[in-house]
Ligand binder design. Structure first.
Ligand code: EPZ
Length: 420
């Protein structure tokens, strides 16, 4: 297994181009199931999770052509509405084929995703919504089997704003008979990007980006070409890197409007962020200030940036508090940071971070995607050499991160080793 080795102390300087959004590409690829024909997606990030969902589409029967960053998914002849355990266990977002398969085929058999490192992450709200739309749901031998001749429009009131649940219902409702209303819908930019794709296919989706989305079902959808939005979490991760060690970085190919909560939080920590069209200029201050933040559904501060901001708090002079309100177990990076010398105390869902921390390079273990990004950032501010193991977590969500950070002056390399 590979590891990533980082020499501490470098300031990031220069320009980095941000890739397409993983969390947009995944539902967009699943949505091609709804539209028979040659679907073309541009600006697709070359990531582990994206390869996995494309493999799943091929298992279902699609013709997939990867000419990165362009991907062609021909869904004319799908013949196997099944998402197998071997694949779903590696990527829970595979549950996003459920809605489209039932909508197009009237049936689907998808392995239950099981939990993951950051929490139980149930899919009860996805299933309850499909049931409300007339589907029969059966849980058998670790699979969920969903059947319905034709889904019908329904009113769906989500008790929590679920991104995947909202996406599954949007896709299922696009071909349902009648009108579906989603209340307390997730408002992430990736939801809007999915709505743009569905409407280009001929669907009638209104209100994406607000907490009330109304979908009027149609009889069929047509294949389209679509450009994936930039990845706001990759951008946020590099913005934190720029704010450390008094860096100065230009991020190109971003949508600043998708990054408001991250920009605000960085500015409150003393970093300067200038916005120019699809570019952001981030400069780290001589001294970072402590801050308090709570993760919330968009447009609140994103949970996917929580681990990265914990490193920013370690570099600030003073005591910061970070509260994780979305997932019950998303502090797994903390024990690894503590091993590097961090002073972080956790009570229930809040972490108290005392800075500035004098971190020492160490061998640390990545546990989940965003935790691994925070360990890389910690390596930038640590004294000496940090080795991050199990970097396959990182490859799921960051395209060419070693090359991109190296291009900004970080002392970083990837080492293959059969011992780890
Ligand atoms: C999406 O996951 C993202 N993944 C996650 O990014 C992100 O952290 C999360 O949204 C929150 O923003 C993709 O888009 C592929 P949720 P998702 O349903 O859809 C509870 C990353 O690092 N819930 O919005 O699975 C759930 O337990 C990943 O890129 C139910 O209780 O998240 C959680 O507490 C990590 N029942 C809350 O809702 C359900 O049926 C929000 O989860 C569904 C969700």
């Amino acid at each position: 297994m590979d590891q990533i080795v980082i020499e501490g102390g470098a300031s990031l300087r220069g320009r980095v181009v941000i890739s397409g959004a993983k969390n947009a590409a995944l539902p967009l690829i699943c949505a091609t199931i709804l539209a028979p024909g040659r679907n073309v997606l541009n600006n697709v990030p070359r990531l582990g999770d994206v390869r996995t969902v494309l493999k799943l589409l091929a298992i279902i029967g699609a013709e997939v052509d990867m000419e990165w960053p362009r991907v062609v998914v021909d869904t004319s002849e799908l013949d196997n509405p099944v998402a197998p355990y071997e694949l779903v266990k590696t990527m829970r977002a595979a549950i996003l084929v459920l809605g489209p398969l039932v909508a197009r085929y009237g049936k689907a058999k998808v392995s239950l995703p099981g939990g993951c490192a950051i929490g139980a992450r149930p899919i009860n709200l996805h299933l309850k919504a499909l049931e409300a739309m007339g589907a029969d749901i059966e849980i058998k031998r670790g699979y969920v089997e969903v059947t319905c001749d034709r889904l019908r429009g329904a009113r769906i009131d989500f008790p929590v704003a679920t991104v995947g649940g909202t996406e599954n219902v949007m896709m299922a409702a696009s071909l349902a008979d009648g009108v579906t209303e989603i209340n307390n819908a997730a408002r992430e930019p990736e939801i809007e990007d999915l709505a743009d794709l569905l409407n280009a296919m001929g669907a009638k989706v209104e209100g994406a980006g607000t907490s009330r989305i109304v979908i009027t079902g149609v009889d069929s959808l047509r294949a389209v070409e679509h450009h994936v939005i930039p990845d706001r979490i990759e951008a946020g991760t590099f913005m934190v890197g720029a704010a450390l060690n008094r860096g100065e970085v230009e991020l190109a190919g971003v949508r600043p409007a998708h990054l408001i909560p991250v920009i605000d939080a960085l500015r409150s920590a003393g970093a300067s962020v200038d916005i120019q069209d699809d570019r952001l200029f981030v400069r780290g201050p001589a001294e970072l200030k402590p801050f308090n933040l709570t993760t919330e559904p968009h447009p609140g501060f994103p949970t996917d940036m929580q681990a990265q901001f914990m490193v920013l708090a370690l570099a600030a002079r003073g005591t910061s508090m970070i509260t994780e309100s979305i997932f019950e177990n998303r502090f797994m990076h903390v024990p690894e940071l503590v091993r590097m010398g961090a002073d972080i105390d956790i009570t229930s869902r809040s972490a108290t971070i005392v800075g500035p921390a004098r971190l020492e390079g160490a061998t640390v273990m990545a546990t989940d995607l965003r935790a691994s990004a925070s360990l890389i950032l910690a390596g930038l501010i640590a004294e000496g050499t940090t080795q991050v193991l199990r970097v396959y977590h990182l490859d799921r969500g960051y395209e060419n991160i070693v090359e991109k950070l190296g291009g900004l002056g970080a002392g970083i390399q990837r080492v293959s080793s059969e011992f780890f």
